[in-house]
Write a protein that binds this ligand. Structure first.
Ligand SMILES: Nc1ncnc2c1ncn2[C@@H]1O[C@H](COP(=O)(O)OP(=O)(O)O)[C@@H](O)[C@H]1O
Ligand SMILES: N[C@@H](CCOP(=O)(O)O)C(=O)O
Length: 323
């Protein structure tokens, strides 16, 4: 079954939140949009932020939308269809905001829908998590809200839960002008860890997840601390350790590296002055020779959205309506 035109929108995400390395992700309101329509050959087009068609910025190898289409077609033993794929994205690439996950998830969902929807959401989640090697960003992109999940490599599935994120906390993202690929940031991590560091993270991660569920600000502050990835990555973010120590000055709940970085996230409670915190982060990081844009971001609670023609056909996360 094919359609005249389908459109899929997948959100950005932030992973780890300090102590939850490779296990937790939150969907954020920047998006990759993929529009698929019948054509006489396979063609990719890119629309930039000003609405202009520009050359596609990635080769087929790097183009994760194409890679996702290839994967699904191989699995379903189908040829890649002749379609025009128009891509728009407001997610800056290689900044730690899950652009790769969002592109892969959007590609999977679009081609699966185009070919008749044989694969379930959990099948798609596995394909995306297997490709990235961790489920945090792809799970958040697919389902929205807070995603917690674990890879089950033997059963080839991701066990996961959805948690709504309290509206009373607001995200600020300091997105630098320089980039860092996730692959290179993962190479900085050690192969094994000291027992004390593992215990440190386990206890913080328990607090992190329970505090999000309970809306507990003191628990959350402790839950952001991490010894598994942050210490090995923060050197590439000048001033990050001092920013972390200044959270009380502006009443922030915490600062963390978003995914593999280099974006830094701040979480601010509603009672704090968001504008003041935004300015503080910007001035602080700029004084450390960082060229950054600090922007507020909201949590996306719905995950992937699929439109057939101009009608919204479904959201991936039906649980969001019950939250
Ligand atoms: N809109 C997109 N369409 C296709 N591929 C994309 C898109 N955005 C990102 N990618 C791919 O993902 C890569 C960036 O992935 P990664 O290093 O994991 O950084 P990020 O933290 O942004 O996910 C890009 O180099 C490109 O290969
Ligand atoms: N858990 C991963 C998350 C990578 O996120 P990205 O947005 O940088 O791709 C990691 O920390 O490596």
């Amino acid at each position: 079954m094919s359609h005249e035109k389908i459109k899929v929108r997948a959100p950005a995400s932030t992973a780890n939140l300090g102590s939850g390395f490779d296990s937790i992700g939150i969907a954020l309101d920047m998006y990759t949009e993929v529009e698929m329509s019948s054509h006489n050959h396979l063609q990719f087009e890119w629309i930039d932020e000003n609405g202009n068609h520009t050359p596609f910025p990635f080769t087929n190898e790097e183009n994760l939308i194409f890679q996702a289409m290839k994967k699904v077609c191989e699995l379903l033993q189908r040829d890649i269809p002749n379609v025009k794929v128009i891509v728009k994205s407001t997610i800056p690439s290689t900044r730690g905001l899950g652009s790769s996950a969002s592109a892969f998830v959007a590609g999977l969902v679009a081609i699966n829908k185009w070919l008749g929807g044989a694969l379930s959401k959990d099948d798609l989640l596995w394909l995306a998590a297997e490709k990235e090697g961790h489920p945090d960003n792809v799970g958040a992109s697919l389902f929205g809200g807070v995603f917690v999940g674990a890879m089950d490599w033997e059963a080839k599935k991701v066990q996961h839960n959805y948690i709504p994120f309290p509206n009373k906390w607001k995200w600020l993202a300091a997105i630098p002008s320089y980039s860092s690929s996730t692959a290179s940031a993962r190479k900085k991590l050690p192969d094994s860890y000291e027992k004390q560091d593992v215990i440190f993270n386990l206890s913080r991660y328990g607090l992190l997840v329970s505090s999000i569920m309970l809306g507990d600000e003191e628990g959350l502050k402790t839950g952001f601390f991490d010894k598994l990835h942050t210490p090995y990555r923060q050197d590439s973010i000048p001033g990050f350790d001092r920013l972390m120590n200044s959270q009380d000055e502006i009443g922030a709940l915490g600062f963390m590296i978003s995914g593999a970085g280099p974006t830094v996230l701040g979480l601010v409670p509603q009672k704090a002055n968001l504008k003041k915190a935004q300015l503080y982060m910007e001035q602080f990081l700029k004084s450390e020779a960082h060229d950054v844009d600090v922007i507020p971001l909201n949590v996306d609670h719905f995950g992937v959205q699929v439109y057939v023609g101009d009608d919204l056909e479904y959201l991936c996360n039906t649980q969001a309506f019950m939250a």
